[in-house]
Design a protein around this ligand. Structure first.
Ligand code: C5P
Length: 231
């Protein structure tokens, strides 16, 4: 099955506290987003990439990221939406149904490598939907608005979910269209929308190095990991 990778990178990155959105900050002499994209460029199982960025960054990304770093698998750079969920939907729609498998990966997870991308795509041959994550190492509790604990989860059954996530094109398109119709607005994770359709979703174990760059500390950690070539 042909596979397209959708890379949502249209966020503003306000938690980083820098003037520039985190996906454009420097990592090892390149914009962080270029580091993420390179793994998809190098992965043999990925046929095409659709990059989703803020409308004011489309030209910058075409010239300074896609052309400059020779990322010729990027077939489109499309403007994103207000929420991550909107950006992903716009990316899925931009594939025009030309790819049977749709892989989604956060632009701000630069530590992904091509071998792991291949593994996730391979897992999608035996499972209808595949997501990646890590078993919780700490105890997870649910709290109310006053920080009072309501519930403690059994750690053995709790996983922390990451990207990449891979879906059948029809499933992810229907999930996002249904979300739009039903007013499900705040999905921080695409698989939630697919689960709501009753489609089985399987998790495979990811890597603790596949961090999402959210704070300056995360950026320093990514620099360290890259230096160790742990990517
Ligand atoms: O906000 P969060 O850290 O969950 O963002 C995950 C990814 O989604 C980031 O790569 C971010 O740029 C992207 N995003 C997006 N469109 C938005 C908000 C976030 O593409 N409106």
């Amino acid at each position: 099955m042909r596979t397209v990778a959708i890379i949502p990178a249209a966020g503003s990155g306000i938690r980083m506290g820098s003037g520039r959105a985190k996906q454009f900050l420097d990592l090892d002499g390149r914009p962080l987003l270029a580091v993420t994209l390179k793994s998809f460029q190098l992965c043999r199982e990925v046929d095409a990439i659709i990059l989703v960025v803020h409308s004011r960054e489309v030209d910058y990304c075409r010239k300074k990221i896609v052309e400059r770093f020779g990322l010729d698998k990027v077939i489109k750079v499309v403007p994103g939406g207000k929420r991550r969920q909107d950006s992903v939907r716009l990316g899925v729609e931009a594939t025009n149904g030309d790819y049977g498998l749709v892989l989604i990966h956060d632009g701000v997870r630069p530590m992904i490598d091509e071998e792991f991308i291949e593994q996730v795509i391979a897992a999608a041959m035996t499972h209808r939907a595949v997501i990646t994550g890590l078993p919780a190492r700490e105890t997870v509790k649910e709290i109310d608005r006053t920080n009072q604990v309501i519930k403690t989860y059994d750690r053995k059954i709790v996983w922390l979910v990451q990207t990449p996530q891979v879906f059948r094109y029809e499933d992810i398109l229907l999930a996002h269209k249904t979300a739009l119709l039903e007013g499900w607005k705040e999905a921080t994770d695409d698989s939630l929308l697919v689960e709501r359709l009753g489609i089985p979703v399987n998790v495979i174990e990811g890597s603790e190095n596949n961090i999402k760059i959210t704070t300056p500390h995360d950026l320093e950690m990514a620099k360290f990991l890259l230096k160790q070539k742990i990517k």
